[in-house]
Design a protein around this ligand. Structure first.
Ligand SMILES: CC(C)(COP(=O)(O)OP(=O)(O)OC[C@H]1O[C@@H](n2cnc3c(N)ncnc32)[C@H](O)[C@@H]1OP(=O)(O)O)[C@@H](O)C(=O)NCCC(=O)NCCS
Length: 129
């Protein structure tokens, strides 16, 4: 699994206890996962359908650098299921895991449509046109 996006934890990302606010982290994850799904399904129209249990294992504090890793674990007919891990970039300590984030491939009418993908693709051939 590649850890692409890094975030520098800043004052506006903290909860009143002074640690990373879970809502900020979930917003970052949802966007990161959506971009991953868009790239894998070659379709900018994807929506978040489902997130499984979110397991916060450790925290982060102001000044920490965190990184997000996403990988596809299942390609359905109209859906894609992703696994996510967030960790501290320096210590590699896991901050959070989400076993299943499901995105659905939709058409211009917001209806599910088959994406035709069966496996992870890599590289820069996407969106060439
Ligand atoms: C996403 C949406 C179009 C799906 O519509 P739907 O009528 O539930 O569609 P379907 O029942 O055909 O299911 C579509 C896919 O989602 C999967 N799915 C549906 N409910 C699920 C659930 N609770 N958990 C996991 N996967 C689920 C189905 O298995 C199917 O996948 P497959 O085609 O690969 O087998 C509709 O629920 C929706 O618009 N939801 C709101 C999305 C949204 O606003 N998200 C937040 C902002 S992005």
């Amino acid at each position: 699994m590649n850890f692409h996006t890094r975030k520098w934890v800043k004052p506006e990302d903290l909860n009143p206890n002074g640690t990373l606010f879970g809502g900020s982290l979930l917003r970052w994850i949802d966007e990161e996962a959506a971009i991953y799904a868009i790239c894998q399904l070659d379709n900018k129209r994807v929506v978040t359908k489902y997130m499984s249990e979110i397991n916060f294992l450790s925290s982060a504090v102001q000044g920490d650098i965190i990184e997000m890793g996403i990988t596809a674990t299942k390609f359905g007919t109209t859906s894609i299921t992703l696994f996510c891990e967030v960790r501290n970039k320096i210590t590699r300590e896991t901050i959070l895991t989400i076993d299943e984030i499901v995105f659905v491939n939709i058409d211009a009418n917001f209806k599910p449509v088959p994406h035709g993908k069966t496996k992870i693709t890599y590289g820069s051939d996407k969106f060439k046109d």
